[in-house]
Design a protein around this ligand. Structure first.
Ligand SMILES: [Zn+2]
Length: 504
């Protein structure tokens, strides 16, 4: 995510006004498609459609990933998505499992919407729907316990609704405003387990929200023909029936499946096999072109410096964000209107930032609530990489200088902190630490271990942790491996303590 520096700590107030959210109670519960998309297990070979040919072999690891098959109808007028979701879930822990949890992000007060589960089955046996944590969690007790290594089919009938024109009050990536219905995190998502323990903490609304495992998605959406569905992954089939169009999307290995409906025009280009498409308001055609060019340049730069992006598509959609400048989802980034309109500076570098998140957050995952610096720090550092590749050394130095001044201002004000800090422990200094000090860490590491070792580190980190979740310790181990050196003191000073580090 790219935040506004001045906007922090305001979300807590929003719970008070959730009762007047803009969704209507009489939701349209549209029936799923007549043909039964749940008749067969998810077809792993079909997932090749979302991957460049050089990465089809990534699907050899598919046994590690849960599979979602979704069939849903989206109504942009009512701002609803309703349908069925099947999860083919495997118990990958050592102990048998007696329940399964899902995250229902739209039920977080900050979303200003809702997500209802109207029915649930496990292996065709109806199970009771139980909500926990103020409906953020769905709990399903399994009819029979699931042994280690065994799989179960969970089917949910769901219906979600987003607010209208609510970017001032709620999370703008789940909102309809000015020709865009953004439905980030609209689908129920199985909760993470770490060492056999469910991760059930309600995320704090500071920065990013979703930490999730890689999964495979096969999603069929029916939408009015006047609207275009833009999603994670790629469309493989589309049929028009009167006023509706039904399109099947394939994600490839991704951490989330994000849906946007838009009526905006678009322009596209292709970079090293990946098709990039930019959607923008008709009056912002110039900004739409700047966003496309920035994404193309970023993709080219990061392919070279980090290792290639494996997917066939990347989409950029203009939204009204207001409280932030951009936000990343797998294969789809959303950028605030004001950057296109020239009301705020920095469209090019914000797009580059969100494209870098495709490497750091999307491909290489991390716990965004407990180690946010891993993706925000490396993504902010990637802005320096972008400038080096595209605009030259002077621009890179200016970028670096921006991070220096934000971090040093916080440090001089007594707000320094270790990089490895949960967002709950970072308040007004979240941006200064996770973004600026994080970026400076990678620049300092680069100077410490030298350019060839640092280049190896970036490529190794990406190749090793692609589709996985990396930790701070993994950064250290990968860097020590790349330089064949000991980084104990360096890591302690930057990551574990708030020692007065030498700013590069
Ligand atoms: Zn970010």
């Amino acid at each position: 995510m790219q935040r506004l520096l001045m906007v922090t700590g305001r979300w807590v107030l929003l719970a008070l006004v959730v009762a007047v959210a803009g969704w209507s109670a009489d939701l349209l519960f549209a029936a799923p498609n007549a043909s039964d998309p749940f008749a067969a297990p998810l077809d792993v070979q079909r997932q090749e459609a979302a991957l460049l040919p050089a990465f089809h072999a990534d699907l050899d690891a598919a046994a590690q990933w849960d599979r979602y098959t979704v069939s849903a109808r989206v109504d942009p007028e009512r701002r609803t998505i309703a349908g069925s979701l099947r999860l083919e879930y495997t118990n990958r822990a050592a102990d048998p499992l007696d329940r399964v949890y899902f995250y229902l992000f739209p039920n977080l007060p900050e979303f200003g919407g809702r997500l209802d589960i109207r029915g649930a089955t496990v292996n065709d046996v109806t199970v009771r729907v139980r909500y926990e944590s103020n409906r953020f969690l769905l709990r399903l007790d399994l009819p029979t316990s699931l042994p280690s290594g065994a799989s179960a089919d969970v089917v949910l009938d769901f219906s979600a609704a987003a607010p209208l024109d609510a970017s001032q009050r709620y999370y703008a990536a789940f909102n309809r405003e000015r020709g865009v219905l953004a439905l980030a995190s609209a689908l129920p998502m199985v909760a993470r387990r770490v060492d056999g323990a469910w991760q059930l903490a309600t995320p704090l609304f500071r920065g990013d929200l979703v930490t999730s495992e890689t999964a495979l998605y096969d999603v069929t959406l029916t939408v009015p023909v006047a609207w275009t569905a833009v999603t994670t992954g790629t469309a493989i089939d589309s049929q028009t029936d009167g006023a509706s169009r039904t399109t099947r999307f394939i994600s490839g290995p991704q951490r989330d499946f994000t849906i946007v409906l838009t009526r905006f025009p678009s322009i596209s280009t292709e970079v090293e096999g990946t098709r990039i498409t930019s959607y923008f308001r008709p009056e912002h055609a110039e900004g739409g072109r700047v966003a496309l060019d920035a994404a193309a340049n970023a993709l080219r730069a990061f392919n070279r410096r980090f290792g290639p992006y494996p997917l066939t598509e990347l989409d950029i959609v203009q939204i009204d964000a207001r409280k932030f400048l951009g936000v990343e989802y797998p294969g789809l980034i959303m950028i605030d209107r004001r950057l296109y309109a020239g009301e705020r500076e920095g469209l090019e570098i914000i797009v580059a930032h969100e494209v870098a998140h495709q490497w750091w957050y999307s491909m290489v995952g991390n716990d965004v609530q407990n180690e946010a610096w891993l993706d925000e720090g490396l993504t902010s550092f990637s802005q320096i990489v972008y400038q080096e590749e595209i605009r030259g050394a002077m621009a890179a130095e200016r970028e670096l200088d921006g991070f220096r001044s934000v971090y040093l201002r916080a440090r001089q004000a007594g707000r320094d902190a270790p990089l490895k800090r949960p967002v709950s422990a970072l308040r007004g200094n979240y941006t200064a630490i996770a973004y600026s000090k994080g970026a400076l860490f990678f620049q300092a590491l680069r100077i410490r271990i030298g350019e060839p070792a640092f280049d190896r580190f970036l490529h190794d980190y990406y190749a090793t942790f692609r589709y996985r979740i990396a930790s701070s310790d993994d950064v250290r181990a990968t860097a020590e491996n790349a330089c064949a050196c000991d980084l104990t003191d360096f890591y302690r000073d930057w990551v574990l303590t708030a020692a007065p580090v030498a700013v590069p």
